[in-house]
Every structure is written in structure tokens, then in C-alpha cells.
Design a protein around this ligand. Sequence first.
Ligand code: MN
Length: 504
Amino acid sequence: MADIQEIISLIQNPTEEDTALIRKAYDFALEAHKDQKRKSGEPYFTHLFATAKNLAELGMGATTISAGLLHDTIEDVPISAETIEKEFGKEIRFLVEGVTKLGKIRYSGTSKHHNESLRKLFVAMSQDIRVLIVKLCDRLHNMQTLQYVSKEKQLRIATETLEIYAPIAYRLGIRKLHRELEDMAFKYVYPEKYAEVEELLKKKEGIEIETLEKFLRSLKKELAKNGVTEFQTDYRIKGMYSLYKKLQRMEIDRVHDIAALRIIVSTVAECYRVLGVIHSAWRPLPGRIKDYISVPKPNGYRSLHTTVFTGDGGIVEVQIKTPEMYQEAEYGIASHITYKQSQREGKKQKMTNPNLLWVKRIIPIQENWNESTGQKNLSANLADVPRWVKELVEYQKEAGEEFISEIKTDFFQERIFVFTPKGDVIDLPIGSSIIDFAYAIHSDIGNRISGAKVNGKFVAITSTLQNGDRVEIETKKSAKPNRKWIEFCKTTMAKRHIRNALEK
Ligand code: MN
């Protein structure tokens, strides 16, 4: 158990420094926590080891893995932040302290405390996303060992996981964490519903996989006929909580993605080619063809999706993607951190599509770190944090009691991507109007808006935007906000700016 090689073997081409750093953190944590036990009766170190291993599995580098090993030293045992800095440097101190601060907040379910904990979370996230990734990996192991704590604590931690941590993992595109956190929390928060879905899935899963494998055999022949021979396949089973949510909207017989087939080909052009082969042999279900390659999901997800009739009564969802898209879909923001790190360290770069919109919104993780002052260049760093994180930090300064309900509607709901005439991407909650768009660019533009074109056509500024729209705003010096606009706004930011302007 807890063999350090298990962690090191997960790192791609570790340098000697990487290995030495992790070994030092490993020994340090082992010694610091030697008298402590987990509620399960296991040595406390097993928790630190599991957290570090989760981080390594996400592809994080030696610095973050070491911070994972050390993440409970300041809070749980009398080791000072200064000692951590002396032994491991300013950067690891910053990460460990960041996680410690997050650990002190207690989710009590009352909105005031909830607000406070979210605020801290988003501020930490905007400073260095790695703090949050360590926290998510810490939480994953705590969820895996939740059976050992009191009933009351189980419910508190699981609810917090379901309402805060899992949605954040989703927004960061780390599907691997999102699904695991969500399904484990689901079991504690809604035990009866969980049992129902589990039962249902048990019945359905086998049939679905059978249909899928039969379809795959015909598909392979069809692809070979069309000269497509280089591809990999696998399938994924829908998460339990995700299925539960879907079942609230539709009957089980209308859910066609309990099992989904994935086809992985080497290039984007091949993706479209495979889609063409499939559609010429099988009839697609109308409305289920999704091109998330040309218009990715707001969390960065890219893939082609289609759902087809198999011809013998079955219906199968197929997802077509490249290995890079596959990687990004599982690891999200974490895969870009690794990319940045290996770029900095001059290692072989992972292939990443330069056109990927999302890359523009990713934090250059360590570049802004100033080792001599121990300070981060926050303004430069913030410029590259995902826009919605920046907005959250701005909001929370002014928002009051409504903060929670606001962020639930603004940030954890589905988002759309819309484009400026120059091709910059603005991401907004679904249902946003042109007014929201204008204020998202700048309050002056919002306050001076006089007209707008969407995809080249003049439309009313109160119109609702769709994913992929290209929006041009026209402004006039004499234009002024109107109280009526508020009804057509979805974002809190726009509403607030309008109210402020009206008061003046
Ligand atoms: Mn911990």
C-alpha cells in the first residue's frame, strides 16, 4: 500500500527533480501525520496519498502533487506555513495555504454561510485554479470514505459536493471528477432515488450494451468499405445522477444515451468523414445531430454526436472525436495545465487544436509566479481566467443575500457561446439577450446601445441570443438605458448596470 512508485509511474517523463520533490513531500507528510488516524481507522497518510494519486491521475505536475501530499499539514498538525515555505518554496506554500483556507469554511446549509464559502472558493479559484483542483481531489477521497463519518456529516458533505464541487468540476470540464463526485454524493443525498436509478440501470444496461456491440460490428464493416481503418472505439455508461436528472424530464424509453459508442479517429476531417459514413448507412434521429466541434459546449467540450436507428429496433448514440478531444473531455482544464507545464519545461508538446476557443480562456498557470516576492501578478493572471470566474469574483463583492440564487441561475446553468464581429467569444447563460451581451462586453456599450445586428440582420435589442450567434452592437452617445430592459436581461451584471445607470 501507499507505494510512492504508484504516483510516480503516473507522471509522464518525470525528471529527477520531480521525483525528488514528490519523495520529499511524501516523507514529510508521512512523518507529520504519523500519530493521526482517519475515521476508518487507517493511518491518516492514506488520505494524503489518495489525494496525491488523484492529482497524478488527472495529469498534474510534481508541484501540485506535492501540495496534495502536504495539503493537511497546516490545518491538522502543528506545522507552520513558514516551515512549508522553508522546505518546499513559496509556490507550494501558496497552494497548501489556499487549500487550508478553503477547508476552514463549513457548509451549514444556511444561505449566509453558503454565500461565504462560495465567495472564498471563487476567490481562491481566480487566484490559482490548482488550489481548487487539489481541493476537488481531496474531496473525492473524502467522498470515497464517507461511510465512516456520522450521518449528519455525511449529508452535509454530500450536499455540498452535489451543489458546489461537482458543478464546478463540470464547468472546468473535468468530467472524470464531475461524474465520480456527483454519483457518490447522489447516493447520500437522495438514497431512495439512487436505489431506483440503480435498479433501472441494472435492467437497461445489459440490453443497451448488446445493441451497441451488434451495431459496432456492422459499423466496422461499413467503415472498412469506405476506407476508414484507423480508429479506436469504446463506450461510456451514463452517470447515475445525470440519468436521474434526465428521467425528471422524460420517460426512460426516450433516453437513448444510457450507453454511448465512442469512435476515436486521428483528425477533425476524419471525424466528419465517419459521421458521413454513418448517416449514409443508418437514419439519424432528427434533432439529435450535434456538432460540438465547430461550436464547442461552453465548458470546452468538443465532439460530433449523432443518434441513429440501428435498423432492428435499436437506437444508438455515437460520439466521434479525436484523441485530443477525448483527453480534453475527460480532464478539461487539467489537461491544459499539463500542456502549459510541459511547454514551459520544453517537453514534447501534446497536440492541441490551435483553434480551440477554450484555450484562449485558460490560465497560464505558473508563468506569473514570482518566486522572489512570492506574489502572483494577479492582474495579468486574471486576464486569462475563464470569464465566468472573473465575473463571479466581481459579483460577490457587491451581491448580498441573493448571491446563491444568482449564481445558480447565472453560472451553473447551461451557457451559450456568442461571437463579437472580431470573433471573440462571450459566454452567457442560456436565454440571454442582446442587452446582456452588450453589458458583458462593457458597461459603456450597454448604456449606449441603440441597435444591433445578429448574423448580419437587424433585430430588436431585446431579442434572445442562440448559441453561435454573431452579434454587432450599434451605439449612440445620446442613448440611455430603459427600465423595461431589465425584464429582458438574464445576467445579474446587466441588471445591476441598468439600475445603477437609472439612478444617475
Ligand atoms: Mn484533506
